[in-house]
Design a protein around this ligand. Structure first.
Ligand code: ZN
Length: 129
């Protein structure tokens, strides 16, 4: 049993006064990172995700674009697909890193706090926000 004062101590200082509702999330991006050696695997993963989930796939960017530190391809994930595609990416990403972030309209927190990393997490270029 946890005493009330211990529970209070366990609350992070950054806890907002009001919890955010997930209804503010209009969608998710899953950015599949790759370099020259892993580009074919990244393309295959993205194309398989498109075929399986009927989602949109962006261009294969060989170089860093936006905040992304290396080559990447963006999958646009509607909220209703999130619960299916994340476990699928976990099982099928191999050694690829996938950066998943919410789209809530608030770009900096969407790329720093509202995120999941599948695999190794990398430092983003946040200077554009
Ligand atoms: Zn994105």
């Amino acid at each position: 049993m946890i005493a009330a004062d211990e529970t209070e101590d366990a609350m992070p200082d950054a806890m907002p006064d009001a919890m955010k509702d997930t209804g503010g999330i209009t969608g998710w991006h899953a950015h599949v990172y790759f370099d020259a050696g892993t580009k074919p695997a990244a393309r295959a993963l993205c194309e398989a995700a498109v075929a399986r989930f009927g989602i949109a796939m962006g261009r294969m960017h060989d170089d860093p674009v936006g905040p992304h530190p290396m080559g990447s391809c963006q999958l646009s994930v509607p909220p209703e697909v999130f619960g299916e595609i994340i476990p699928w990416l976990v099982l099928n990403r191999g050694d690829l890193t996938v950066f998943v972030h919410a789209e809530s309209g608030d770009h900096l927190p969407d790329h720093t706090r509202h995120v999941l990393w599948l695999g190794q997490s990398l430092a983003l270029d946040l200077s554009i926000f």
